[in-house]
Design a protein. Structure first.
Length: 82
């Protein structure tokens, strides 16, 4: 039969040490899993100031992609030089 825990041991301590959590404190334990399942891009602060939302960034990038594709796509009237 287990003894009942004293009320004092159920209270939070003012401080804890690593020894209180054997094997439980591993820095970056889930970093690889998070990086694999996400696509986070960090913008420079001056760029982030121009694009206040995710939607604004996506719209700008989509526009840039369309411009780049139309600039590299040969038109029907263009000739290739050899």
């Amino acid at each position: 039969m287990k003894k009942a825990k004293s009320r004092k041991s159920d209270e939070m301590r003012a401080e804890y040490t690593r020894d209180d959590f054997p094997g439980g404190l591993v820095r970056g334990k889930y970093a690889a899993r998070i990086a694999k399942g996400s696509n986070i891009v960090v913008l420079k602060p001056e760029i982030a100031a121009v694009f206040p939302t995710t939607e604004a960034v996506n719209e700008a990038l989509e526009s840039l992609i369309r411009v780049a594709e139309s600039a590299t796509r040969p038109t029907s009237g263009s000739r290739r030089t050899r």
